[in-house]
Design a protein around this ligand. Structure first.
Ligand SMILES: [Zn+2]
Length: 499
């Protein structure tokens, strides 16, 4: 058994996003949280790889392109460009953006896995008769529906009767149960793990794994049968390994990313997902990997959804928070901080403009921003020299490093961020109680010693804040090294606009 602390590699994915339009706050959240974990792994000295991407082979895309009177590939290229701009504006730096229309890398990987399932005897022909929701790209049973409608889309699913290829998911029922139960794939939080186990206990059926091909672009055809396209989830999930070069292209490379980050017991493989796609990741995906004799992921981290004003965001309610608007008001780093500190990772979180701004003012403007100014000012005016060479030997460093290591095991990003800001507050409190500014007049050496000690603590704390605020921390470090005050406040105060 591999223990997680042995892992020197860290691989994290977000779901590939469905590119129907502008990316919304939910996408911003998942990509920022993924980015923070990837940064944390790097800070711990691990080799890390972070991928995100676009699910471009869905049947729905054609409709979106038609509405704009655009050729489908032009539409998808435009969406990919827009997503890239948004990710840049979020200070998210992923290593790979997978597009499932990539015929050189992605499609061959999908076909390779299909052929493996087929060779195993896990693909067979049959007839599917039942419901299909195009919104979900999912087959539905009567019990999935509420008053005949898809619970997620509120639309009546199509009733279809067609020839399909089926995947023998049921072959893997016992194995998957064992894998989930014994945390071979550890699902966070525990309640989601229990949800999967109780779903498995109801019995797994085989799953329809193809749809008749009607000439849509980009569909990956079933090998040897041009009348059928591979089911979109049988295609989309493969992005997690095609993004690493798995398949006919990747395997020619001896040290391919696939071998480093997936096909490697010393790599911690993490899927960050939303709860609505849990079953695809905790059941279908492991079944496919088992059938294809490929390694399993280690963790599935299920984050909650974001609400505003206690309600699901929707255009008709008028409570949609636009990430671009928030960035304009308070900046990207503040949005990243809010997600890490205030949105409970495993639960539904609340986001409103007022909440974001008031947190920004107290934690960043009055908190980190003010403290930076006070400390640098004392350092300059009392002529304090600080040696940062051995900060990693301090107890505080070891404590915060312990937090970092734990967070890459339990994914409690809220606790991580919160405890760093508690350490910042402790310095603030120390300034108030030890009053180095008064002491300086009586005993300047002693006052300098106090400020030096505070600077070392501060430097240590911001070192661990860097994954959350990747642009701010280097700026602060530069000011400290150059012994100069920030010319403008790092986080200028923002007034709450009352409605
Ligand atoms: Zn649906």
């Amino acid at each position: 058994m591999q223990s997680q602390s042995d892992n020197e590699k860290f691989y994290i994915t977000t779901p590939i996003f469905y590119p129907n339009g502008e990316l919304h706050i939910g996408h911003a959240y998942a990509s920022i949280v993924g980015d923070i974990f990837a940064n944390m792994a790097k800070l711990q000295g691990k080799k890390s790889y972070f991928i995100t991407g676009a699910d471009e082979n869905s049947l729905k895309i054609q409709k979106n392109a038609d509405e704009l009177n655009m050729n489908i590939m032009d539409f998808l290229d435009l969406q990919a460009k827009n997503s890239q701009l948004l990710f840049d504006s979020l200070n998210v730096s992923f290593d790979e953006y997978v597009r499932t229309t990539n015929k050189e890398r992605h499609h061959p990987a999908v076909i390779e896995v299909w052929n493996k399932l087929k060779d195993k005897g896990d693909i067979y022909e049959g007839y599917y008769e039942g419901y299909y929701c195009v919104g979900c790209e999912g087959f539905k049973t009567e019990k999935d529906l509420i008053e005949g409608l898809c619970p997620d889309h509120g639309t009546k699913p199509d009733f279809i009767k067609e020839k399909n290829y089926f995947f023998k998911q049921s072959n893997y029922t016992d194995k998957i149960k064992d894998i989930i139960k014994n945390d071979i794939i550890k699902i966070y939080p525990e309640s989601r793990k229990n949800e999967v186990l109780s779903f498995i206990d109801q019995g797994l059926t085989d799953t329809s794994f193809s749809r008749p091909y009607r000439g849509q672009e980009n569909v990956v055809l079933v090998p040897g049968d041009n009348e059928h396209g591979i089911y979109v989830w049988g295609d989309a999930l493969i992005s997690y390994i095609s993004g690493l070069g798995y398949g006919p292209v990747g395997k020619d490379l001896p040290e391919s990313l696939y071998n480093i980050f997936w096909n490697n017991n010393h790599s911690q493989k993490v899927h960050l997902i939303g709860k609505e796609i849990l079953k695809f990741h905790a059941i279908l995906w492991p079944a496919m990997l088992l059938s294809a004799d490929l390694p399993l992921p280690n963790n599935i981290v299920v984050h909650g959804l974001m609400q505003s004003g206690g309600r699901k965001m929707s255009k008709s309610v008028g409570n949609v928070i636009d990430p671009k608007e928030m960035i304009r008001k308070i900046g990207t780093e503040a949005l990243r901080f809010y997600f890490a500190n205030n949105i409970p990772i495993f639960d539904d979180g609340e986001i409103t403009e007022d909440l974001i701004i008031s947190n920004y003012n107290s934690y960043l403007s009055n908190g980190l921003g003010n403290l930076t100014n006070r400390l640098i000012k004392m350092m300059i005016s009392y002529d304090v020299s600080v040696n940062f060479d051995n900060i990693d030997k301090t107890d505080l460093y070891k404590k915060l490093e312990g937090n970092l290591i734990n967070t890459l095991k339990d994914f409690d990003i809220n606790n991580y961020t919160n405890s760093l800001w508690k350490e910042l507050s402790a310095i603030d409190l120390d300034i108030q109680t030890r009053e180095p500014f008064k002491l300086f007049k009586i005993n300047p050496d002693e006052a300098r010693k106090i400020v030096e000690d505070m600077m070392i603590r501060f430097f240590t704390i911001i070192h661990f804040i860097q994954p959350v605020l990747p642009k701010t921390v280097p700026k602060i470090i530069k000011h400290i090294e150059n012994r100069e005050m920030p010319e403008t406040p790092l986080f200028p105060k923002v007034e709450i606009e009352s409605n």
